[in-house]
Design a protein around this ligand. Structure first.
Ligand SMILES: C[S@@+](CC[C@H](N)C(=O)[O-])C[C@H]1O[C@@H](n2cnc3c(N)ncnc32)[C@H](O)[C@@H]1O
Length: 458
């Protein structure tokens, strides 16, 4: 058979019509069936493209000029959108973003799970898809003698000089912007990643959606911060809702943002926020969903699919600070939560007390080890909820779940590909995926959250 050669060459300029979108939000054009992926291209558009990388079955291009723009294209509100690595799809209307995300879930159900017939509902939308993030973690650097804060450029550690971020909560955005001047005035040296020198690495700001309470975390390489007393005074002046200033030390050469040790420089160790009627105490290290308005919708969907009447025993695996567990405990007989981070489990127990919930119990451990142990103890269950990280559920966990035979499984996922892989395993074990509800937790980015209802086949 004749060897197929790519129909394009590196550095060649071509005219291309985009026919599809990748899951990352890049445009896909084809020449004789050979796909060329181009960031920021939209289906239906014609464009002049420079070919930048050629492989046997695929090439990558750069958009040079739009010849016929799509009606789905808008001017990105963020000035640094095309440089910043934070958002990927601000150039699409919100309606187009939602269609892309629904299709992403449908595609993986078809290609990975081989189940095209499971209904994937339209994405649950956010009424105002801006200023939603309750947490900002932003690197601090220096260029031409000036302190700057901004996210990293795509695929690099170059900080983009950024004044404002339109997906951030406005109070957090304001604090970060003002912090640059304060750090400069006090002569505190920003971290220099290349030489592993300097003091201040990241500023982390968290805000309560319902309470407006704010926590400012200063992540430094060094144990001491110069002129720390003046720094505290200046930070407190930024917003009267600041409840605590935390110092976290991260002395390592690493991409991980926070180090292990934190101490409170001023005020409270935690801020309080609410999900529904429940109150949560959130520390600097706790995982808490970043889009609080949508989190309520997500948890209501979990509750709906769990079909609780008050008499059920439920497991919440990968429970974090117990937010889903406590949400469900109000409608169940008993909820067991399991989570690998001990600090999060301490928070979960505190949160149960704070909300006077006595029918939720929390365990530290790997869900894939604790679940088989529960099975061995003969724990009888009605519903299992899982909310794993992006890599999905461990196979041992899926096996134990299948053996425990709950009537229903509710699978919360932030990664459609691993969701589809796990749904297939659960289907082989006797669970039928009935429906999937995607929820837009991260507008302007290419990420999508979803809730799946699975039932034991009779
Ligand atoms: C996507 S978060 C979900 C948290 C929680 N359900 C919520 O809505 O806030 C995933 C959680 O799983 C935890 N985790 C990761 N691997 C784990 C494992 N093997 N066993 C138990 N928990 C794990 C993480 O620490 C994190 O808190």
């Amino acid at each position: 058979m004749a060897k197929r050669t790519a129909p394009v060459k590196k550095n060649e300029y071509i005219n291309l019509t985009f026919v599809d979108l990748t899951h990352e939000g890049d445009g896909v054009g084809k020449i004789d069936g050979y796909p060329i992926f181009v960031p920021y291209g939209l289906p239906g558009e014609k464009a002049k493209v420079k070919v930048v990388k050629v492989k046997k079955n695929i090439a990558f291009g750069k958009l040079v000029e739009l010849i016929e723009p799509s009606e789905d294209r808008i001017e990105p509100p963020c000035e640094v959108f095309y440089q910043c690595g934070g958002c990927q799809i601000q150039h699409m209307t919100y309606e187009r973003q939602l269609k892309m995300k629904q299709k992403q879930v449908q595609d993986v159900m078809h290609k990975i799970a081989h189940m095209s017939d499971v209904p994937v509902h339209p994405v649950m939308v956010m009424d105002d898809p801006w200023s939603y993030r309750n947490k900002i973690q932003i690197p601090v650097g220096k260029r031409d003698g000036r302190v700057l804060t901004g996210f990293y450029q795509k695929r690099s550690h170059q900080i983009i000089d950024m004044d404002t971020c339109p997906v951030q909560n406005e109070a957090n955005d304001h604090i970060v912007r003002e912090m640059r001047g304060i750090i400069e005035d006090l002569g505190i040296e920003p971290y220099d990643e290349k030489n592993h020198r300097g003091v201040i690495r990241h500023i982390v700001v968290r805000a309560g959606y319902h309470t407006n309470e704010i926590m400012v975390v200063l992540v430094t390489r060094t144990k001491d911060i110069p002129r720390v007393k003046e720094l505290i005074v200046r930070i407190r002046e930024l917003d009267s809702n600041i409840k605590g200033i935390i110092h976290n030390v991260n002395p390592k050469q690493t991409n991980v943002i926070m180090g292990r040790n934190s101490k409170t420089l001023w005020g409270e160790d935690v801020i309080i926020d609410k999900i529904g009627d429940l109150e949560f105490a959130i520390s600097a290290h706790s995982f808490f969903q970043v889009n609080p308005g949508q989190t309520e919708k997500l948890y209501e969907q979990v509750q709906k699919y769990a079909e609780l009447t008050g008499s059920e025993t439920v497991i919440d695996a990968y429970c974090g600070i117990g937010s889903i567990s406590l949400f469900l405990a109000q409608h169940a007989k008993k909820v067991y939560g399991v989570e690998v981070v001990p600090q999060a489990v301490d928070d979960a127990k505190d949160n149960a007390k704070r909300n006077h919930i006595e029918n939720a119990e929390f365990f530290v451990g790997e869900a894939e080890k604790v679940m088989p142990w529960w099975r061995a103890q003969g724990l009888q269950l009605d519903v299992i909820v899982v909310d794993p990280p992006r890599k999905g559920c461990d196979e041992e966990l899926l096996k134990a779940m299948i053996e425990m035979k709950p009537k229903r499984i509710v699978y919360v996922s932030c990664n459609p590909s691993t969701l589809a892989r796990d749904i297939k395993i659960l289907a082989d074990g006797g669970y039928e995926a009935k429906e999937i509800q995607p929820v837009d937790m991260f507008p302007q980015s290419n990420h999508i959250e979803s809730v799946t209802r699975l039932e034991l086949k009779l």
